[in-house]
Design a binder for this molecule. Structure first.
Ligand code: PEP
Ligand code: MN
Length: 360
């Protein structure tokens, strides 16, 4: 259900929250000709702090039925409890989604899954707020185990303490790994909650399409500045239409022989460079092992923080002048450093067991 059709991504759009009947219908009518596949609205809102607008609740559900009657658009809302599932189904909501704050909690996900048993309604599972792929996969499995056949994933980014231009850091490697582990699972990018602003929405949507995502979920409001939740990231229906029209949808592959030959040659080059990298890494580990033996003879500890800082600082400098991001350099060097420590530990523990044997 949540897949590309005619080379067009599966589009979900609508307000962060259903606020009033007029606001919901104005958004839906504004989107009716934008070619969207599903109209979203938050009815129960999980807010960080109490006292804010926590959603209209069940009284908003008939408004969504009106959306369907007047525009023909199918509807989707977030559900977080069994009661919310029953309410949504009773009012004919077509698709349910599980929010990031529920995906983190297996009790909540299981409660929702139990409420869905015997009702094969399509469900989208947002990533958990924390960057934990297993938790995301676990939630998807719980919903599938309840007998739901139409399941998709929504990537909405991850909470971080670090400052960044994004409200929720995308960590693209996590959904990419999800794709590798569950290749048939439709994957949708919620560019609104990743960005937390209007300016970057197009860029993030394009990045998702470049990674062959199946669709997009975006928050749209008739008067964004006056929205009762997530005002900074919502856009007007005409701005949304413009954004969608400016996206480039790329094909997954081509049967053009010239393209195939060129891509094959380039991939061959990549494979050769990867092999060079592995040979270099093996060489580096041999040197690390020599250092390990030398430290052992002199009774010096393996981990030396000042040396590690020195490697990192030098790495940032060398990486920057070669167009590599600090983020990559740090991860790359940390992985190499960690592997070196493992090799040195093997040397130390082998000598330990040798000493043990000698005692007997
Ligand atoms: C939302 O879609 O409005 C929402 C609350 O999202 P998330 O669960 O991703 O924070
Ligand atoms: Mn929102």
């Amino acid at each position: 259900m949540f897949t590309k059709h005619d080379n067009k991504p599966f589009l979900i759009a609508g307000p962060c929250s259903a606020e009033t009947e007029e606001q919901v219908l104005a958004t839906a009518h504004g989107l009716a000709n934008a070619g969207i596949d599903l109209f979203r609205a938050g009815v129960w809102k999980p807010r960080t702090k109490p006292g804010g607008f926590e959603g209209v609740g069940s009284p908003a559900l008939p408004w969504l039925r009106r959306v369907k009657q007047e525009t023909g658009l199918k509807t989707t809302i977030e559900v977080a409890t069994a009661h919310q599932v029953y309410e949504a189904l009773k009012h004919g909501v077509d698709v349910l989604w599980i929010g990031a704050r529920s995906t983190v909690n297996p009790f909540s996900v299981q409660e929702i899954a139990d409420a869905l048993k015997g009702v094969d309604v399509p469900v989208l599972v947002k990533n958990p707020v924390n960057p934990d792929l297993e938790l995301w996969i676990g939630a998807i499995e719980r919903i599938r185990n309840a007998g739901v056949t139409n399941v998709g994933a929504i990537h909405r980014g991850f909470s971080t303490y670090a400052k960044s231009k994004f409200r929720n850091a995308p960590y693209w490697e996590i959904p990419i790994e999800l794709r590798r582990r569950m290749p048939e699972l439709p994957l949708i990018c919620d560019n609104s909650h990743i960005c937390g602003n209007r300016e970057d929405l197009h860029e993030v949507a394009q990045q998702a399409l470049d990674l062959n995502y199946d669709g997009l979920m975006t928050e749209v409001h008739p008067t964004p500045d006056a929205a009762w939740s997530d005002a900074k990231q919502q856009i007007m229906p005409f701005v949304y239409t413009e954004m969608i029209n400016n996206l480039i949808v790329r094909r997954e592959s081509s049967s053009n022989p010239e393209f195939l030959e060129n891509i094959e040659n380039l991939r061959h080059k990549i494979d050769e460079i990867d092999l060079d990298l592995f040979n270099l890494l093996a060489r580096r580990m041999r040197v690390a092992e020599d250092i390990g033996r030398y430290k052992l003879r002199n009774n010096i500890s393996i981990l030396q923080t000042t040396r590690w800082n020195e490697i990192l600082e030098k790495g940032f400098d060398q990486g920057r002048s070669r167009g590599l991001t600090d983020e990559f350099v740090e991860k790359f060097l940390a992985a190499i450093h960690n592997e070196s420590i493992v090799h040195q530990q093997q040397i130390m523990s082998a000598s330990g067991s040798l000493a043990g044997e000698q005692k007997h």
